[in-house]
Design a protein around this ligand. Sequence first.
Ligand code: TXE
Length: 480
Amino acid sequence: MTNIQNYINGQYVNPIQDNWIDNSCPANGEVYGQIPNSSKEDVETAYIAAKTAFPSWSQTTLDERSRILIKISELLEANLQRFAEAESKDNGKPISLAKAVDIPRAASNFRFFGNAITQFASESHESIGQNAINFTLRQPIGVVGCISPWNLPLYLFSWKIAPAIASGNCVVAKPSEVTPMTAFLLGEICNEAGLPKGVLNIVHGLGSSTGQAIVEHPDIKAISFTGGTETGAHIARVAAPMFKKLSLELGGKNPNIIFADCDYDDMLETTVRSSFANQGQICLCGSRTFVEASIYETFKSDFVEKVKALKVGHPSDEHTNIGALVSKPHLKKVMQYIDIAKEENGTILCGGNKVTVEGYENGYYLEPTVIEVPTDECRVNQEEIFGPIVTIMPFNTEDEVLEMANKVKYGLSATLWTNNLKRTMRMSNQLQAGIVWVNTWMMRDLRTPFGGVKASGVGREGGFEALRFFTEAKNVCIKY
Ligand code: TXE
């Protein structure tokens, strides 16, 4: 059993009420540890630690903050194998993915914001003819809350924490109760890197109790949240009367739009990856595939052939392409959409069944599934499934596909495959999304703004946008 504790004021501690929840392993369905189900009192203790640390941390030089963040990054890199194994076991993702993407990216987040804070400038404006100058102070907010989901556990946790502490805030953070392990291990690394106690506090527990207590806390002035759209709406309702600053990164139902003039082989390979990476449990995964009619039949057979070749297996096997889904309830939710697709006259081109992996019969495995849909308006094409299921359908014109691409409540990302420059610009301008990839997918430059429109969220993370979110702008006007 691997039991974990909260990390408060630089120390590992048990929850005050001695209340615990089970943590299970998606690869075999077994409970392998317990995690604190933290109460309001635990959140309050974390808040006090953060509040106490704030005056000193907010006055710590940028050089020193930068040095500590970069040290955290280096220690994560040095512990890559250990963190990757913990992430894979906790989440069900293939170890190869945790090693190549999740943990390196978490390390990059700390390094990036460690450097970015030394380059973060504010504006000044001279009021010509009025003998006055304005300049903007960028002041840390104080104690901020960071709440993250289970799909990319350390990757998204660090994506919030790194800019929050780089800009001088102190943090009360809650990782998902479904995948708490790497956040737990992070505490050790922070101590070793010399992060002063209280700057980062990590409380574990359920969203409805621990998460809710963070959002309800009147003196936690900003909340950065990534998770489901319904949870995001709930958090916005709770936070609104307290006028909290909010950054909400929510769900997606991202279109993959494939024109006949694209580089076919590159498109095909990338579309398999963008559909099924991390078992389709990435908010950026393409889940609706629109293919120009002239290449539709060719694409359909090539795509299905490649998807059938993906290896579903135990996450610790280096050859596994598709690991386990994160939890039993999530597997159930995802599988319901296969029945819904059938009811809506969708055709299952491949997949659709639970997979039994020998020796791990109780794991949450599902075949990668491709569904040909008769209309873009069916539920499988409109609702976020967040699993290894994609739809495909043909289109005839640019206007038609643009209308279908935009006809969902979400607007996170869109991927476009074409070599036509004018079309690229027309479509990029009109797609309702926070991120448009052209002839690539999930190529991330950490300086770029990241976030969605419509039900995919409010606000932007990434680069200086994140540092702006975690600071208050104060204009000072001096008459001389
Ligand atoms: O996420 P939740 P769930 C989507 C995906 C998935 C659905 C639900 O479609 O099927 O959301 O997933 C915390 N106050 N995404 O239910 O509940 C919770 O403890 C404060 C998309 O697992 O939104 C966890 O730490 N916090 C997404 C975090 O919120 C609360 C990634 C996210 O959990 C809370 C994950 C509350 N009242 C799921 N309730 C993405 N955008 O990448 C829950 N939490």
